[in-house]
Write a protein that binds this ligand. Structure first.
Ligand SMILES: [Mg+2]
Length: 269
């Protein structure tokens, strides 16, 4: 088995960003040596401290599928078409950040909406809008493949805005707190690539592979669609994210890490 998980509002509580309530299931995964792959819209700089806090040494997926980072020597075979960054093999799917920043400003002028990206904000401003600490917000600004943005006034993506994004060959998704401008990456593409590697490793040992993913928002849908056991946890307000549905979807009865804990424990039973 391999488990892919979103962070904010899923493994991490949407308000406190803590994972205490998921501890029991996390320990079971660790005991059974089941890989837990973190899949987030967060940056590498934000995810590294969370990985060490979780004692997690598995591959991870940054910036909504912008890149997959795989610790060197993790898979027992050579990885084709990967770059090297520090201790990781890197598979890049995303569009370079400076290009996204330029596009966001062009699109803002074109559609006449006020679009505020992380690149327009100081770390303190981001902290106020997201509930992150200023230190965490500074890490969230270290972006490479995805620009989170707010639509001032009206929070929804309008058809004109969607069209202006698509005309540039770009894409968007919606996470827990804001929208994201990005290239052709999504969490699903990145997860499918890792599943290929895990399947190859399992086949070497003549095993099958059960794939599990847990998410809470629209940006998790491609990841949920990429696995055999997709799990959706409730939002903090008790609802399920609208527009997130697919055959075989398991709806956890509780929000965030509480739902995460229940769903993973019942899957392991
Ligand atoms: Mg989330």
């Amino acid at each position: 088995m391999v488990v892919f998980t979103d962070l904010d509002g899923t493994l991490l509580d949407s308000r406190t960003y803590r994972f205490d309530e998921a501890r029991e299931a996390l320990e079971h995964l660790q005991d059974q040596k089941i890989p837990l792959v973190l899949v987030s819209s967060k940056t590498q700089a934000e995810m590294e401290p969370i990985r060490s806090h979780l004692h997690n040494n598995h591959p991870f997926i940054v910036e909504n599928g912008g890149a997959v980072l795989i610790p060197a020597e993790y898979f027992p075979f050579p990885l084709p078409a990967t770059g090297i960054s520090g201790p990781y093999h890197v598979v890049e799917f995303g569009t370079p950040y400076p290009l996204l920043r330029n596009a966001l400003k062009e699109i803002e002028r074109e559609v006449g909406l006020s679009l505020t990206g992380y690149g327009d904000l100081s770390a303190d401003d981001i902290a106020v809008r997201t509930g992150l600490s200023s230190e965490e917000a500074a890490l969230a600004k270290q972006r490479e493949y995805d620009e989170p943005f707010f639509i001032e006034g009206d929070r929804r993506i309008t058809p004109e805005l969607a069209a202006a994004i698509r005309r540039r060959g770009l894409n968007w998704t919606t996470g827990d707190r804001c929208h994201h401008l990005m290239g052709s990456q999504d969490k699903g593409r990145a997860v499918r690539r890792l599943i290929e590697y895990y399947r190859q490793a399992a086949a070497d040992h003549h095993h099958g592979l059960t794939t599990v993913a847990v998410g809470n928002s629209l940006n998790d849908l491609p990841m949920l669609a990429a696995v055999g056991r997709p799990i959706l946890v409730r939002q903090a307000d008790g609802s399920y994210a609208p527009g997130v549905d697919l055959p075989g979807l398991i709806r956890a009865p509780a929000p965030g890490p509480i739902g995460w804990n229940q769903a993973i424990l019942s899957l392991l039973r």
